[in-house]
Design a protein around this ligand. Structure first.
Ligand code: ADP
Length: 171
């Protein structure tokens, strides 16, 4: 089943005006490279100050903060698994990231959310497999939460977009 509530875009997530954008963070929640660094730079130092108070985040869980200088009202920080060949529980941990984000979406009554391709950068998760999990969990969330009106997958390059297009077409 395809849903027009799931959309793909190829742009910088920091410019997106959704109720929440998701940050592919690390366990410290104190910033890093990739999308994490970009979100902290765009949100400003108050984001780091709030993150300091959270005391980190285990892999597969998520924490919510305000968006500060971002166009998005909220940032949901989740920590994806590092890819270690796929036999260390990576698929379940990645699925748990998406579910943790969607449970905050429900708790906060959010309607729109934008995700980067969690774990597919420095953490090395293969894009095709990661996008299949992302699409599956997005469909599940849309079926369970009628308040949710749009899920945007932000593809930072054309290879990522192709992986999502395939995942959307396949299942
Ligand atoms: P991880 O450590 O979870 O792999 P990365 O930040 O290294 O996190 O990469 C996650 C994904 O985010 C990758 O697909 C990367 O290309 C993408 N990405 C990096 N910067 C941005 C950005 N500004 N907006 C959207 N996606 C981004």
């Amino acid at each position: 089943m395809t849903s027009d509530k799931i959309q793909l875009t190829e742009e910088d997530i920091t410019g997106i005006k959704a109720d929440a954008i998701v940050n592919a963070a690390n366990n410290s929640l104190l910033g890093g490279g990739g999308v994490d660094g970009a979100i902290h730079r765009a949100a400003g130092p108050e984001l780091l100050a709030q993150c300091r108070g959270l005391g980190g985040c285990p892999t597969g869980e998520a924490r919510i903060t305000k968006g500060y200088n971002l166009p998005a009202a909220w940032v949901i920080h989740t920590v994806g698994p590092v890819w270690r060949g796929g036999t260390q529980g990576e698929p379940e941990l990645l699925a748990r990231c998406y579910r943790s984000c969607f449970s905050l979406v429900r708790e906060y009554g959010l309607k729109t959310i934008a995700f980067p391709a969690i774990s597919t950068g420095v953490y090395g998760y293969p894009k095709e497999e990661a996008s299949r999990i992302a699409v599956r969990e997005a469909r599940r969330a849309l079926a369970e939460n009628k308040e949710l009106t749009a899920i945007l997958f932000v593809c930072f390059n054309s290879a990522t977009r192709l992986a999502y297009q395939k995942a959307l077409a396949d299942d």
